[in-house]
Design a protein around this ligand. Structure first.
Ligand code: SAT
Ligand code: MN
Length: 596
């Protein structure tokens, strides 16, 4: 089977891993439709996949995970750099030699009784100068099926790889099977879950979990943690950002990248349907952007992924019709409810829940049930090219030119609806200051406020202080006129009574409109202590029926709140010690001076 593999490094590595993991068989994935069909039937037979009603949801499947394997586990995610200082205070560090021993112990014989799948994949359009190749070895057919949607994978990638380099991504669910032992429908090993990244070797080892970013190693592990290290060395940016194309009524198109923590509505914004006549949004990507300077000195972005791994709950024909259409067929659903008709349902999908269904736990469920039908971090996996508003340039090998970068968090107070940074360095400070109320995308207490610089806290593969310095260096290396402008947004402000002040979803178009009009040179902003705010007569609230008080609250600068927060920010930043660039403290001091 491996005879067809020309790449020496790949052959040697796979052989070594076969020795280590002792699988019953090895299978090299070609990425074909037939292969997908065969693997999904196997998954149906083993009870991992439930085949959904072909008439309602063609070629689609439901998987229910083990209830203790439902999200990324940040506590068990490590960066194995030589020196602890190089991963910084916001990452879990481990010694590379010790972690190698630990992983070899965990992986020893871990694929007994299972198939070892070898998945060659490309992050980025095949053959794009910005694309990078990885190979994931896994013992999970569920992972193979998801990787086929999320990445370009199979034979074509091997053809491109030839003798070139790739990122080895080693994955196992960590549940060897004894002779004749019946398999679980979701094999995993939560007690021993461990995800380690080796930035120097540029390799990834993940054991024990089959879920999302723990197991689909092209995504957060490669395209963010390892790629951020590559990007720093090669002077580009690997970011947790969506990418959209925005066309104004005159037909002028701009591309915008936006960074939000997991489960803060990136997929909704990426597929937004404009309620404003003449304005149109198209989607290049919903989660990750790789950005590099083009020959013209502008920053160009590609989406390294080929599919969406979107949060299901809350997605509806009202909140995100394009996402609903994207997962209308050829999709995999994980941890959502199953209706009596053999279709899927989750909280928020319809106003009226079905009278009866089977919950993500496999239990009978009615609207009166105490537990939710879908897990809060349940997901749909769907091909990007099924998105009705996919951008015509989404697979452009050169990427799309970025005019603006947005940072957003989930904040019920303090941070206004939108403001523009005063310049690149201030924008880097704004990104560094990002904090957000926690969601179910990672383990932790939902709702707790946490700092999440650049929405990269769980995804930066090196010291966050050095990461800030890298962003500053990118700014210095460019022609300031050609750099994207930087903005902060917050869709989640609440009144004292706890009601959302801003309608959000499609109406976020109004904020994007204001940004785009400014980029076209419209005199639509005024300088404030925190940055440029919209001039009120240039911010479109037509038809929204917002009260004067609400509008005021959306753009209010609570000086005390800001001063308190900036002081807290100083404490937060102090943990980066000598790795914290001087410019960041300068920006913090300037902000405080402007506020006082
Ligand atoms: O599980 S993933 O890391 O892929 C999703 C997310 O947290 O953004
Ligand atoms: Mn994400």
């Amino acid at each position: 089977m491996l005879d067809s593999v020309k790449n020496e490094k790949l052959r040697v590595w796979v052989e070594e891993m076969v020795q280590l993991c002792e699988p019953a068989r090895v299978y090299l994935c070609n990425g074909s439709e037939q292969e997908y069909r065969e693997l999904s039937s196997e998954l149906i037979n083993s009870g991992t996949f439930i085949h959904l009603n072909e008439k309602k949801r063609p070629n689609s499947f439901l998987a229910r995970s083990n209830p203790s394997d439902v999200a990324r586990v940040e506590k068990k995610t490590f960066i194995a750099s030589e020196k602890k200082e190089d991963v910084g205070p916001t990452n879990n560090w481990c010694d590379p030699a010790e972690m190698t021993v630990k992983m070899h112990t965990l992986f020893k014989g871990c694929m007994k009784g299972r198939t070892m799948y070898v998945i060659p994949f490309s992050m980025g359009p095949l053959g794009s100068p910005m694309a990078k190749i990885g190979v994931e070895i896994t013992d999970s057919a569920y992972v193979v099926c998801n990787m086929r949607i999320m990445t370009r994978m199979g034979q074509e990638v091997l053809d491109i790889l030839q003798e070139g380099d790739f990122v080895p991504c080693m994955h196992s669910v960590g549940k060897p099977l004894a002779m004749g032992q019946k398999d679980d429908s979701w094999p995993c090993n939560p007690e021993n879950t461990c995800i380690a990244h080796f930035p120097k070797k540029r390799s990834i080892w993940s054991f024990g979990s089959g879920y999302g970013g723990n197991a689909l190693l092209g995504k957060k592990c490669f395209a963010l943690r390892i790629a951020s290290v590559m990007a720093r060395e090669e002077k580009w940016l690997a970011e947790h950002m969506l990418i959209i194309g925005v066309t104004n009524p005159e037909g002028k198109k701009r591309y915008i990248a936006a960074s939000f923590p997991s489960a803060c509505g990136k997929t909704n914004m990426a597929m937004l349907q404009s309620p404003l006549p003449g304005w149109k949004i198209e989607c290049v990507g919903d989660d990750i952007a790789w950005m590099k300077f083009g020959k013209d000195g502008r920053l160009y972005a590609i989406n390294p992924e080929a599919g969406f791994f979107g949060v299901a709950p809350g997605t509806s024909m009202k909140s995100n019709p394009n996402a609903m259409r994207t997962c209308a067929e050829n999709a995999i659903f994980t941890n959502v409810g199953l209706t009596e008709e053999g279709d899927i349902w989750w909280e928020g999908m319809t106003d009226k829940p079905p009278a009866r269904l089977t919950s993500w736990l496999g239990e009978a469920w009615t609207p009166e049930s105490q537990k939710s039908a879908a897990h809060p971090n349940s997901r749909f996996t769907a091909p990007a090219d099924q998105c009705p508003v996919i951008d015509p340039a989404w697979e452009d090998p050169e990427g799309v030119p970025i005019s603006a970068i947005i940072f957003g968090g989930r904040r019920s107070s303090v941070v206004p609806l939108v403001y523009e940074a005063l310049g690149w360095n201030h924008g880097v400070f704004v990104g560094a200051s990002l904090s957000s109320e926690m969601t179910a995308a990672a383990e932790g207490v939902v709702g707790n406020l946490r700092h999440d610089p650049f929405a990269m806290l769980p995804f930066c593969g090196y010291n966050m202080g050095d990461y800030f310095a890298h962003w500053l260096a990118i700014g210095r290396s460019a022609n300031a006129e050609k750099l994207p402008r930087i903005y902060s947004v917050n869709w989640f402000l609440k009144s004292a009574e706890g009601k959302y002040l801003w309608p959000g979803f499609g109406d976020n178009m109004r904020v994007i409109k204001w940004i785009c009009e400014g980029l076209e040179g419209k005199d639509n902003k005024i300088k404030s202590s925190i940055g440029y705010l919209p001039k009120m007569d240039s911010f479109d609230t037509s038809g929204l029926n917002l009260s004067k008080d609400t509008l005021k609250a959306l753009f209010d600068i609570n000086k005390e709140g800001w001063l308190k927060e900036s002081e807290e920010m100083r404490t937060y930043l102090s943990q980066f010690k000598e790795r914290l660039p001087r410019e960041i403290i300068d920006e913090l001091n300037s902000l405080q001076n402007r506020l006082r």
